[in-house]
Ligand binder design. Structure first.
Ligand code: GLP
Length: 274
């Protein structure tokens, strides 16, 4: 995994935006997977700004979101769909028909999950999947104990997730947080061509340490990303604070390959190689 350690959350948003812009504008990533939560808010603000400046164009981009609460209508202020509308979709030039979202009010959960997977496949799969991480290491809503080959499914939320989401989005009122959600599975996330993980803050440090340096285990579903060939992790110093190989990740950060090529060219010259 490529690990980019930034000073703070503002820098995380800017670095992540650079990746998104490059993939959408230069590498043909026209099918995106998107997360909700407080973590991507800065990135979405950058995407909105970039779109307004004409740096990034969403007119032919399709999106799938990672998850949605069961039981919340779209217009509910805390539904993930509403979150995405207000933070991103309402402010960029994406076509409404190109936005797919899990329906938290479906009357047939299995059919809805299968429909979502089939639509992704029909569009050739997700090219860039952006994910945040929960305190317990979950990606999407894939709580500890979720199969690492799971597909889009219904999940029962862990207590730590209910508490965190109550504090962040429900004025601390846990009774308002739905206990269930629909979520892409870990296997669905692993099928994306590329994954971009973003995180900041010291309450994510254990989860990030487990993801990058722990064993692959369904007790921290983000650790499955160790099996993916193309993952970029953009985190701040606080989220990186428990990493054993922190200094090494800094050494292999962007610019490293250029430095290596310069070194190699100088060594070849010294050795008289053409
Ligand atoms: C929720 C979402 C996840 C998100 C996590 C962390 O559980 N389902 O996709 O990564 O919260 O949220 P935050 O970014 O607010 O810390």
């Amino acid at each position: 995994m490529k690990v980019i350690i930034c000073k703070d959350k503002k820098e995380v948003a800017k670095e992540a935006y650079k990746v998104v812009r490059d993939r959408v504008m230069n590498q043909g990533a026209k099918v995106l997977g998107l997360p909700t939560g407080t973590t991507p808010e800065g990135l979405y603000a950058e995407m909105v700004k970039g779109c307004k400046k004409g740096e990034i164009d969403f007119s032919d981009v399709h999106t799938f979101n990672l998850d949605e609460y069961i039981g919340l209508p779209v217009e509910h202020p805390q539904s993930y769909r509403n979150f995405m509308n207000t933070r991103l979709f309402d402010h960029i030039n994406i076509k409404a028909s190109n936005i797919d979202f899990l329906d938290g009010l479906t009357d047939d959960i299995d059919r809805e999950c299968a429909r979502y997977e089939a639509h992704m496949e029909e569009l050739g799969g997700i090219k860039l999947q952006i994910v945040g991480i929960g305190r317990d290491g979950h990606i999407g809503f894939n709580e500890p104990g979720t199969s690492l080959s799971s597909r889009t499914h219904m999940i029962t939320l862990a207590q730590s997730t209910i508490t965190d989401n109550a504090n962040l989005f429900f004025d601390g009122d846990e009774s308002q947080v739905p206990r269930w959600a629909l979520s892409m599975g870990v296997g669905t996330v692993l099928d994306a061509k590329e994954v971009l993980m973003i995180a900041f803050g010291k309450n994510k440090a254990d989860a990030i340490q487990g993801m990058l340096e722990g064993p692959i285990t369904y007790m921290n579903t983000s650790s499955a990303l160790q099996l993916h060939p193309d993952v970029t992790v953009v985190i701040d110093e606080a989220a990186a604070s428990k990493l054993k190989y922190r200094d090494y990740y800094k050494r292999i950060a962007p610019g490293n390959e250029e430095a290596m090529l310069k070194f190699l060219a100088a060594a070849r010259k010294k050795a008289g190689r053409k």
